[in-house]
Write a protein that binds this ligand. Structure first.
Ligand code: 4AD
Ligand code: MG
Length: 488
């Protein structure tokens, strides 16, 4: 007898003998029949199985409760009432694993996201989380497909590394020494000669520097792997372990980088719209319910799917950091003193500023470019001319950076053209206190056959957040790692 996922069974022709395997969502008994709704994770939908009253022995029936795992054989028949075309007329039921109804935490009612975060080991069995995980999968597939279709090679960069790619010092250390009592040299420093790698190493914060090595050999590469940041940001946008997608391209300048970032993001979102219709419709409804609990003025004007369509169909707004600062200084919130942080040229824009630009001023995704050099990483290409604002004031120096800002998310992508001039790069490293000797291998790309190149990093979870409409980043990764939370 054929065993098919429910997603396929729901499309099958009535009349065939079938086996359904999955977890019981609900059981309902009427005078004449027993109705069992089953889900197997292949779709948001359940399939209904029906037995006649008295057909199933009592002790078996008692074990068929929410959460139990069952195999049901029967005949696929046309359904009259279940809201679906087909249902299963039960022949036989096997209970693989019961789920004590007094103890099983997931009952057929709406559980809060906070509660579900506490039972991260079981939450994939809920409609919301299974939908998110399927959308996450589709987006990951779309990422690989996009790059493959566009001539990029997938480059695997190291997880354990000796470099701090971002120079921000937010690394998790990796060592085989006793962390509480490491051997020390005479001058009191940790003696790494006994360490596995013989030196200080950490988990990668970004694959970019190795990505650049790949781009300056293969032309166009991308990475897609886990990255780790020990920043103590307890926000709805930060994880300690997140997945990053980092394309890096030789012979690309800032403009090409922006064009690629925009085309790429719009393509993968379009893929999700085309391939995850049922899950997105479910998440859209979930969000509509959530919106109803908010104050009228905080409610979103567009539904989730309308927002996704909007992004796919409309060009992003592009402007320089200097132009953005002008807009912010002249904005209503700035004049009324409503920003927590005052805006002046040179500040690192805060999320309140980014959200103003995206959600209130332009009402669409925005790409900001040419940021102050002082607030960006050492590897970004320096602009030749300083920045000038609308009043003719001159600021600088700036770098060929780009951040893509999304409504409800803030920064979703950070990238830049890279400094390809050996002398300028070394001078900048010295200025910010990065030893050129430590990155000798990186500098070799500028010593030998340097080329203009550019790239960016997309935070995968932030993309999944945008597409699923989830407010908290911990709800779009199966097993979130955040400060003070790593149950398993
Ligand atoms: O802006 P970031 O730090 O840039 C880089 O790491 C560059 N090396 C990328 C490159 O040019 N190849 O990080 C890139 C993106 C951010 O825009 C954000 O979406 C995401 O990574 N991100 C995080 N996502 C979740 N949790 C965190 N703690 C994150 N930190 C950054
Ligand atoms: Mg950034």
């Amino acid at each position: 007898m054929s065993y098919l996922p429910i997603q396929q069974l729901l499309q099958a022709t009535p009349g065939t003998d079938v086996t359904v395997k999955g977890w019981v969502r609900t059981k309902r008994e009427s005078k004449n029949a027993v109705f069992i709704a089953i889900n197997d994770g292949s779709t948001i939908n359940t399939i209904q199985a029906v037995a006649e009253a008295g057909q199933l022995p009592d002790d078996l029936l008692r074990q068929i409760t929410t959460g139990a795992c069952v195999a049901i054989t029967g005949q696929l028949v046309e359904s009259i009432g279940s809201g679906q075309n087909v249902e299963v007329k039960i022949n036989d039921v096997t209970v693989y694993g019961p789920a004590d109804p007094d103890k099983y935490p997931l009952q057929p009612k709406r559980h809060s996201l906070e509660f579900l975060r506490e039972i991260a080991h079981l939450r994939p069995r809920t409609n919301t989380f299974s939908a998110i995980l399927r959308v996450r999968h589709a987006l990951a597939f779309a990422v690989h497909k996009y790059f493959n279709d566009n001539g990029f090679y997938y480059l695997n960069t190291p997880i354990i590394t000796a470099s701090d790619a971002e120079g921000a010092g937010e690394m998790f250390r990796v060592t085989t020494l006793d962390p509480l009592n490491p051997p020390r040299t005479d001058d009191g420093k940790v003696d790494y000669s006994e360490d596995f790698f013989g030196r200080e190493t950490n988990l990668t914060v970004s694959g970019q520097l190795e990505g650049e090595l790949g781009a300056l050999a293969l032309g166009k590469i991308y990475t897609f792997g886990p990255t780790f940041r020990a920043e103590n940001s307890n926000t709805t946008r930060h994880l300690a372990e997140f997945w990053m997608i980092e394309p890096e391209m030789a012979f690309h300048e800032l403009e090409d980088n922006m064009n690629l970032a925009e085309d790429f993001v719009r393509s993968v979102i379009r893929y999700a719209l085309d391939h995850c219709a049922d899950d997105l419709a479910f998440l859209d409804n979930r969000l509509k319910e959530e919106e109803k609990t908010k104050k009228k003025e905080e409610q979103s004007e567009l539904s989730l799917i309308e927002k996704l369509r909007f992004v796919v169909d409309n060009q992003f707004e592009r402007l320089t950091y200097t132009e953005a600062v002008d807009i912010l200084i002249n904005s209503k919130p700035a004049k009324k003193g409503q920003f927590q942080y005052e805006v002046t040229w040179g500040i690192d824009l805060q999320s309140e500023h980014e959200r103003y630009l995206v959600e209130r001023h332009f009402k669409k995704p925005v790409i900001l470019t040419n940021y102050p050099r002082a607030i960006k990483a050492f590897y970004m290409k320096q602009d030749n001319a300083p920045a000038t604002n609308s009043r003719g004031e001159v600021f600088g120096p700036t770098v060929r950076a780009m951040d893509v800002l999304f409504p409800g998310i803030g920064e979703i992508i950070g990238g830049s053209q890279r400094e390809d001039d050996f002398d300028k790069l070394v001078a900048r490293m010295n200025e910010v206190g990065i030893e050129p000797e430590a990155l000798w291998w990186y500098l070799d790309t500028r010593r030998f056959g340097s080329a203009p190149h550019a790239g960016f990093g997309l935070g995968f979870e932030r993309l999944v957040q945008f597409v699923t409409g989830m407010g908290n980043i911990r709800d779009v990764i199966p097993f979130p790692r955040a400060p003070k939370s790593a149950e398993f």
